[in-house]
Design a protein around this ligand. Structure first.
Ligand code: HEM
Length: 150
């Protein structure tokens, strides 16, 4: 059981690191949209964005590995507990929302690449709206995993 709790702790910390990157990348895009006229400022912001995007995806990858162990570990590790065996409905709904959050993050990554080439960005109003979406999705994800309603 101790191993389960350690892996779950690692899962939550890794998810927090990924989500921090998901929340911050649109802010960098907003700064590029507002100050990208100055090439030195834009290049610095693009570099920060690239490092953040890469860091976020490493954390996400590790969070998924920990999540898969929490999900399927009981099939290969004798005595390893599971909270999914009973009914995985909550996990399927959770993974669907995680996929939506990942898609939003990939779109941000693509816009960063376009900005690096001097390409257009959406309006700062649209970027700010987009910035709120992952917060709402995260709220539902955490509720699903704590309440396990179905
Ligand atoms: C935004 C992404 C994610 C968030 C915020 C998140 C959050 C959490 C939290 C807070 C817990 C602890 C729940 C508890 O102790 O009751 C948890 C457990 C778990 N997560 Fe995630 N997770 C995310 C992504 C994933 C992914 C991608 C997977 C699968 C590959 C996954 C699979 C699991 C499993 C199987 C558990 C164990 C359930 C339990 O023991 O109660 N999670 N997650």
């Amino acid at each position: 059981m101790q191993a389960y709790v350690w892996i779950k702790s690692a899962h939550i910390v890794l998810v927090m690191a990924w989500v921090a990157a998901v929340f911050y990348l649109p802010r960098i895009l907003i700064n590029i949209a507002e100050d990208g006229g100055n090439a030195a400022v834009r290049d610095r912001l693009v570099l920060m964005g690239r490092r953040l995007y890469r860091f976020g995806h490493v954390m996400f990858g590790l969070a998924v590995v920990a999540g898969l162990v929490l999900w399927l570990g009981y099939r290969v590790l004798p005595g390893f507990p599971t909270k999914v065996g009973a009914g995985p409905g909550w996990l399927h709904a959770k993974l669907l929302l995680v996929a939506v959050m990942l898609a939003l993050d990939v779109v941000d990554g693509r816009q960063l690449r376009s900005a690096a080439r001097g390409g257009p960005l959406p309006s700062t109003r649209m970027l700010r709206l987009r910035n709120e979406l992952p917060v709402l999705i995260l709220l539902v994800i955490v509720w699903l995993v704590l309440a396990k309603p179905f």
